[in-house]
Ligand binder design. Structure first.
Ligand SMILES: [Zn+2]
Length: 311
C-alpha cells in the first residue's frame, strides 16, 4: 500500500516511549507535553507490560505496550515486541515463551505487532521469520543508537526481505529520558483521518515511511523504473536483495548506479531520481540520505507485476 497516492492526512507519530509507569523518567503528562511541544500528532506510550492511559486534547494517544518474549540466544534470552492498539494486557506476565506467541496474542487482540530494535537485541532473520503475525521491525531506534550505536537495523530488514519475509519498518525514539533520547526517529503515517482506528489501519497496511529528518515525498512505479521525490538529499537509494539495487549520489561521491538524477535544488542536492528495476528480487525499498546526515526509509514495494519472473 503506497502512502503517497492514498487520500488522508500525514501524521507524525512517536511509536516508542516510556514513562514512570515502567522505566522512563517522565510522567505520562510530561511525556505527552514533550511530544506535543515537538509538534507530534500521535504518541504511543509503550511502557513495559503496562498500558498507560491518559487524556490529551492535543495529541492522539495510541494504546500500546512493549511486551517481551523468550529467545534461545543472547545474554538475556529476550526479545521485545511492540504492541499497538491493544486494550488489555496478556494473562502471561514477564515473557511470552516465543516471539511468535507474543505476536499472535497481539494480533488476536486487535493489535499490530512490531519487533523492536533487532540489532540491539542481537536478533537474526530467523527470529522474525518464525513469527508470521509480526507486521515489521524498528529499522531505527534512537535510544539504542545514541546509547550503544546499534539503533540502525537496515541490514536486519534486508536479510528478512531477501529471504522472502514481509516486513514493514518504523523509526522511533524509545525515549526513557526525554530531552536526551527523544526527537531522534519518527514514523510518518498516511491515515485516512486523525483517529486511532485509522492510524492502526495505516500501520497494518504499510501506509507510512520512517525518518530521522529526511522526507520522502513520492515513490512511484513508472514504465520500467521507480521514481522517487524527496527533501534535498545527498543520496537516494533503491535497495533490493543481495547483489541488487541502485543509488544516486550528490557532492563528493557524485556517482550513480542503476539510477539517474531527475532534479536538483539550487545547491545541487538531489530532489528527484529515477531507478532501474531490480534484477533479481520482486521488491525494493527507498532510502533517502538527507544533506544533514538524516535518513528516511520507505516500506518495501511489491514489484512482482513489473519484473518478469526468473524462477
Ligand atoms: Zn522500549
Amino acid at each position: 500500500m503506497s502512502p503517497f497516492d492514498r487520500p488522508g492526512v500525514w501524521l507524525r507519530c512517536q511509536l516508542h516511549a516510556h514513562t514512570t509507569n515502567s522505566d522512563g523518567d517522565p510522567t505520562p503528562q510530561g511525556l505527552i507535553d514533550h511530544y506535543e511541544r515537538a509538534e507530534y500528532d500521535v504518541l504511543a506510550i509503550t511502557d513495559h507490560w503496562h498500558i498507560t492511559r491518559h487524556d490529551s486534547e492535543e495529541i492522539l494517544l495510541l494504546p500500546a505496550s512493549e511486551l517481551s518474549a523468550r529467545i534461545e540466544h543472547g545474554p538475556h534470552r529476550e526479545a521485545d515486541v511492540l504492541a499497538y492498539g491493544i486494550e488489555e494486557l496478556p494473562e502471561v506476565r514477564d515473557h511470552f515463551p516465543t516471539i511468535a506467541e507474543a505476536a499472535s496474542w497481539i494480533v488476536a487482540h486487535g493489535g499490530v505487532a512490531i519487533l523492536a530494535h533487532p540489532y540491539w537485541s542481537g536478533l537474526g532473520p530467523d527470529d522474525y521469520l518464525g513469527a508470521d503475525d509480526l507486521s515489521g521491525i524498528e529499522v531505527f531506534n534512537g535510544g539504542c543508537e545514541i546509547a550503544q550505536g546499534n539503533g540502525l537495523s537496515a541490514v536486519h530488514w534486508d536479510d528478512i526481505l531477501d529471504r522472502g519475509g514481509r516486513a514493514l519498518a518504523i523509526a522511533t525514539d524509545d525515549a526513557h529520558h526525554v530531552g536526551q533520547d527523544s526527537r531522534l526517529g519518527w514514523t510518518m503515517v498516511r491515515a485516512a483521518e486523525r483517529s486511532v482506528a485509522a492510524v492502526l489501519a495505516a500501520l497494518r497496511d504499510g501506509a507510512f515511511y520512517s525518518s530521522t529528518g529526511a522526507t520522502i515525498e513520492d515513490v512511484r512505479l513508472v514504465d520500467g523504473g521507480v521514481d522517487v521525490r524527496s527533501s534535498p538529499a545527498r543520496s537516494i537509494t533503491l535497495r533490493s536483495g543481495a547483489w541488487d539495487g541502485g543509488r544516486v549520489n550528490a557532492g563528493r561521491y557524485a556517482m550513480h548506479y542503476r539510477g539517474r538524477v531527475l532534479e536538483r535544488d539550487s545547491a545541487g542536492a538531489i530532489v528527484a531520481a529515477r531507478f532501474e528495476l531490480p534484477e533479481f528480487r520482486p521488491w525494493a525499498r527507498v532510502e533517502v540520505g538527507g544533506i544533514d546526515g538524516s535518513l528516511a526509509w520507505g516500506n518495501p514495494i511489491d514489484l512482482s507485476g513489473a519484473i518478469p519472473r526468473s524462477d
